[in-house]
Design a binder for this molecule. Sequence first.
Ligand code: ADP
Ligand code: MG
Length: 656
Amino acid sequence: MTKQTHSFQAEVAQLLHLVTHSLYSNKEIFLRELISNASDACDKLRFEAINDGGLYENDTELKVKVSFDKDAKTLTITDNGIGMSTQEAIDHLGTIAKSGTKDFVSKLSGDQKADSQLIGQFGVGFYSGFIVAGKITVETRRAGMKETEGVRWISGGAGDFEVEAITRPERGTSVILHLLDDALDYASAWKLKGIINKYSDHISLPILMEKEEWKDGELINPSDENGGRQPGAMVKTGEWEAVNKGNAIWARAKKDITPEDYTEFYKQISHDFEAPLAHTHNRVEGSTEYTQLLYIPGKAPMDLYNREKSAGVKLYVKRVFIMDDAEALLPTYLRFVKGVVDSADLPLNVSRELLQESRDVKAIREGCTKRVLGMLEDLAKHDKLPEASADGVTDVVSEEDQAHVGKYSKFYAEFGAVLKEGMGEDFANKDRLAKLLRFASSTTDAVSVSFADYKARMKEGQEAIYYITADNAAAAKNSPQLEVFKKKGIEVLLMTDRVDEWALNYLQDFDGTPLQSVAKGAVDLGSLQDETEKKAAEEAAETFKPLLAKLKEALKDKAEDVRVTTRLVDSPACLVVQDHGMSTQLARMLKQAGQAAPEVKPVLEVNAEHPLVKKLDGSVHFHDLAHILFDQALLAEGGLPADPAAYVKRVNALLA
Ligand code: ADP
Ligand code: MG
């Protein structure tokens, strides 16, 4: 094969530009990325070799070598892992296969600081080499292929790369970084060891560097023992030594692991620059034995809402890496959790299909789920500092607990909507999950009200937890349906996440108190309404009967029914749906998403006290007013009239 030039995928070219322009504050991560790729490559070889021992080519000691050449200005990372075929080199080093790449690139703003954080979350991997190198040469041969089937890949990190065939007796990959002038300090054993210790200590294969020793300069003038020497220098000895501790962090005893170790390991597996919010590390014994080290990140990844992708738990069997994204180990709604599960009970050649059926995996999944919920409960408990009690006594808070303040709010802002998916997905833990939910309310702007908080503040005689669903907080807060609740000082939870209505389907009550949408069914404030109010409502219903019948006739294509309501104070009308019907808001959402939604015909409720409604009867514009009333009620809850032009025409006719 002669030299061929290929262009990078458009997103790669954009990413490369960013890598070289935005990542200066954290240059050294390139080494972590390249060593992690080398380690992945060895893991892959070990995994493939379970079925085909020949791939080892009589060399079973998997390792990574890091070396540098000051004169040539190169830094080389070599592994004897799986290697790449020509096609693989072209595909894997020229495109980004990760889902969400397009999304990711579209979110970049050009602001270097913000972008570099985004990049951190996404993980630039191989391309981070270009932070310190003006050119990268990759020489590789796939395990099991012929010596002559090696490939050399070269790129200057701009628009394209070259590939050519080479002969390479040893399997695996060498990544040769041609260091930029301002990155020459990376050609130093001391510096490299420091970075490896910081980021890659847990890598379970040996990371080798060539030993150096001090050699005095040559004696030029024997009569002058001290002054007559050339300057001395560190010289390479030809002997290689491991510079990492090499034991998997999760396999170590807790007492030997510092908080920094935990954080570094998290950054390594998550590509996150920031520390996680919490972690849990346990050896679980019993009928299924395993170790879990699980983290809750502080930031959501790009592709969080892609339910098909990105489970964050790696599966190991007796410290041998088996697979990434082991979605069978945690339910989908906990896909934000990062970490490692290492089981001694699973076979090494376990497949994804097998995982789904394994009883051990079911036990692990249950155990991990419980742990994660436990972590979240703990964060939630310490989210706020305790308030002083009535007699002015405040509990003393330990330093550790203080460090947890605000973490749950942070978590919830990033992952709350995902957690809600669990209401429908994890029946067994529904009650625990319900306690973890937080909402804004008609009296609290922050998304911080739990069902328990709400219950504690319920009015005397209040029998339900009231909530409203809407597209956004403003629409929810200003909704006409809320008027009577505001007047009576009754708090209403505002549900503005897309998933809310669906999730609430699975929760009829909280701790014995029913949940009631204020936009569904007739308002029944029960004993919160006094006798005179009840009577007035009944009377209004009676006197308005003929008007209601006329309205119903005029709006028969749009409204299921028309009735008088007590839920309105300032607005003339609002729309509600029947008790167990789908809300108009959910129906609208389904339609927007291109899904089949049943035609929801809402009920129009009118405010008998409102001047506009009073004016209706006998008006020559009755028909137009009736339609305007309906369409405005729709607008008020964020919907659109079925025929907007007709609506505008009617309003204009009246205005004129
Ligand atoms: P990631 O590691 O997240 O997949 P990278 O950008 O780090 O993304 O690497 C891209 C791909 O290039 C890897 O998935 C792998 O297929 C290939 N690759 C990179 N380095 C090596 C290596 N040392 N040996 C074999 N394949 C490699
Ligand atoms: Mg990588």
